[in-house]
Design a binder for this molecule. Structure first.
Ligand SMILES: [Ca+2]
Ligand SMILES: [Ca+2]
Ligand SMILES: [Ca+2]
Length: 492
C-alpha cells in the first residue's frame, strides 16, 4: 500500500471509531443508564416564561395518593421511570424459559454471541466482558426478566443484591453480561417497567413499537385504539402533551369538566410516584391523577395515541427547565420527575438551588441569605447576614417574608420566582421558630403575613386565619381590624 492509501485507511478507522463512540453515547442515554451517565444534566436552568406563581387553591389538595411512599434513592443503578411498587396487588407470575440444548452444557465455553442467544426469562447472569456500569450489580448475580434479548440488543436484568431492574447490552457488538448457569430458574417478578400479561418485563419504549417483545403480544394489543388500549400500556405511553379523558378508576367528580372533557398531560408522562399531571381544557384545572401499574389503578385514558407537539404553558406548580410541569412536592424528593431533571439539580447544596426550586422549598423557619437578584441594599444587615422565613413559604404573589438577624430584626418580603431570586436557602430543613413578633399580622399557627394578605381571598396563613370572618367586621380580631381599617374608615 502506498502512503496516501495508508492515510485513507487510517482516516477510515478514525471515522469508524468516532461512529462507534457516538453509538455508545446513544446507548448510555437509554433508560436505566441515565443515572450513571448524567449526560442530560446541563447545568444552569433557563429563565422561564412568565412569573412563577404558587397555586392559590389546588382542587385536589384533599386527595391522598396511596402510591406516594418514600422516594427511591438517586444512586447508581437507580432505575427508570417507575417507582418501586410499595405492594404487589397483581397476581404473581411464574414462568420458566428454555432455549438450552441441555442442562449439562458448559456455558463458560460459549462466546458472548452464543450466550446472548441462550438468554431467556429466568437465566442467571453476572457482569461480562464489556461491563461499564460501576457496581449496579451489587457485585453479584442477577436474573433475566425480559423475554430474552430485545431486537435492539438490550436485555433486562434484576440484580439479586439490590433488586434493581436495569437494561444492558447483549448484542450489536457489546456484551455487558455473562451467562452463569445453563438452567433458567423459576421466577416471579413485579416489573418496574411494562409488565407483560405473561409476567415478563418489557421497557417503556417496547410498548406499541410494533414488535412483540412480550411474546404474548400484550405490549402490542389495541395500539391503534385509544379506547381499548390497556391501562398498563397507557402508563408507558403517556407523555408530555398526551391528550386524555377520565379513565376506569376515575373518582374525582367533575374536575374534568361538565360534561366530562379532554385534558393534556403536562408532566413528563407518569411520574415516579405513579401520578400524571393533567390540565383540563374546561376551566384549565390542573391536578395529578393515579396511573399505577402495580396497583392496577388508572384515573386516565388516552384520547389519542400520539401526544400533541409544541405544548407550552405556565405550570400551576413547578415548571421544569424543559417546559414540563411537576408538583411542588416533587422538587428535591430524590426522584427525577422533570424531563431535564431540573427538579433535582443541586438538592444536596441548597445554597445553589434555583429561584424556582427555592420557592418550593422555603418554609416557615427556613434560614436564608440574600440571593443573586438581591437589590435591597443592606436590609439584611451590615455586613449582609442571615434571616429566617416567617411566612408559611412563598405567598401567592411570589414573595416570602423574612426577618433579618443582624440588623434590627426588620421584616420585609422578597421575591422567589423563576425570574427573580432575592434569597438563597442555607439548609433544606427549617428550624423551630418561637416567640416571633410579626410586623403586621400573626396567623393562629404563628406565621406572619403582610397587611395586604388579610382578607384578599388567598389563603396566606397555613390555617387560613387571614381569611376568617372577612365579611363580618363585627367579628374581626384586633389584629385584623388594625390591618384592615384605614384612615377614614367608618367606625361603629
Ligand atoms: Ca413491542
Ligand atoms: Ca423530583
Ligand atoms: Ca390572604
Amino acid at each position: 500500500m502506498d502512503g496516501p492509501a495508508l492515510l485513507r485507511l487510517a482516516l477510515l478507522r478514525l471515522l469508524f471509531l468516532a461512529a462507534l463512540l457516538n453509538l455508545s453515547v446513544v446507548f448510555c442515554r437509554a433508560p436505566g443508564q441515565l443515572a450513571l451517565e448524567n449526560s442530560d444534566w446541563s447545568g444552569a436552568l433557563h429563565a422561564s416564561e412568565g412569573l412563577f406563581r404558587k397555586p392559590v387553591e389546588d382542587s385536589n389538595d384533599a386527595i391522598v395518593f396511596e402510591d406516594s411512599g418514600a422516594p427511591l434513592p438517586n444512586a447508581q443503578g437507580d432505575k427508570l421511570s417507575q417507582r418501586l411498587p410499595l405492594s404487589d396487588s397483581k397476581p404473581k407470575f411464574t414462568a420458566v424459559g428454555s432455549r438450552l440444548k441441555n442442562d449439562t452444557e458448559d456455558v463458560s465455553k460459549l462466546t458472548s454471541e452464543q450466550m446472548a442467544e441462550r438468554l431467556v426469562f429466568g437465566s442467571r447472569v453476572v457482569r461480562g466482558a464489556d461491563w461499564r456500569w460501576g457496581d449496579q450489580d451489587g457485585g453479584g448475580e442477577g436474573v433475566i426478566i425480559s423475554n430474552g434479548v430485545f431486537v435492539d440488543g438490550w436485555v433486562l436484568v434484576r440484580w439479586d443484591a439490590n433488586g434493581h431492574q436495569v437494561n444492558y447490552r447483549m448484542g450489536k457488538g457489546a456484551f455487558d453480561l455473562k451467562l452463569v448457569s445453563a438452567t433458567p430458574k423459576e421466577l416471579t417478578v413485579t416489573c418496574y417497567h411494562f409488565q407483560c400479561a405473561n409476567g415478563r418485563c418489557a421497557r417503556k419504549e417496547d410498548v406499541c413499537d410494533r414488535h412483540d417483545d412480550c411474546k404474548d403480544r400484550s405490549d402490542e394489543e389495541n395500539c391503534n385504539d385509544p379506547d381499548k388500549i390497556s391501562g398498563a400500556q397507557t402508563v408507558h405511553l403517556l407523555k408530555f402533551g398526551s391528550r386524555v379523558v377520565r379513565g376506569p378508576d376515575w373518582k374525582w367528580g367533575e374536575q374534568d369538566g361538565k360534561p366530562p372533557g379532554q385534558g393534556t398531560v403536562v408532566s413528563n408522562g407518569v411520574l415516579r410516584d405513579s401520578v400524571a399531571v393533567v390540565r383540563w381544557d374546561q376551566g384549565k384545572h390542573e391536578n395529578q391523577y393515579r396511573m399505577s401499574q402495580s396497583k392496577g389503578l388508572y384515573d386516565l385514558k388516552l384520547a389519542a395515541i400520539r401526544p400533541q407537539e409544541n405544548v407550552s404553558l405556565a405550570c400551576l406548580h413547578f415548571k421544569c427547565g424543559s417546559g414540563d410541569c411537576t408538583r411542588n412536592h416533587h422538587v428535591c424528593d430524590g426522584a427525577k420527575d422533570c424531563k431535564d431533571q431540573s427538579d433535582e439539580e443541586n438538592c444536596d447544596t441548597p445554597f445553589k438551588l434555583s429561584g424556582r426550586q427555592t420557592a418550593q422549598l422555603v418554609k416557615f423557619g427556613s434560614r436564608v441569605v440574600r440571593g443573586p437578584d438581591w437589590q435591597w441594599g443592606f436590609q439584611d444587615g451590615t455586613p449582609p447576614g442571615e434571616g429566617v422565613v416567617v411566612s408559611k413559604g412563598v405567598l401567592a404573589d411570589g414573595y416570602a417574608l423574612v426577618q433579618w438577624e443582624n440588623s434590627t430584626g426588620s421584616e420585609n418580603s422578597y421575591r422567589l420566582t423563576s425570574t427573580a431570586q432575592d434569597l438563597r436557602l442555607l439548609s433544606l430543613k427549617p428550624r423551630n421558630v418561637t416567640d416571633l413578633k410579626c410586623r403586621y399580622f400573626k396567623c393562629s399557627g404563628g406565621e406572619c403575613v403582610r397587611r395586604t394578605d388579610i382578607c384578599d381571598k388567598h389563603r396566606d396563613c397555613n390555617d387560613g386565619s387571614d381569611e376568617v370572618d372577612c365579611d363580618s367586621p363585627g367579628n374581626w380580631t384586633g389584629q385584623q381590624a388594625a390591618a384592615l381599617l384605614k384612615f377614614g374608615s367608618p367606625v361603629v
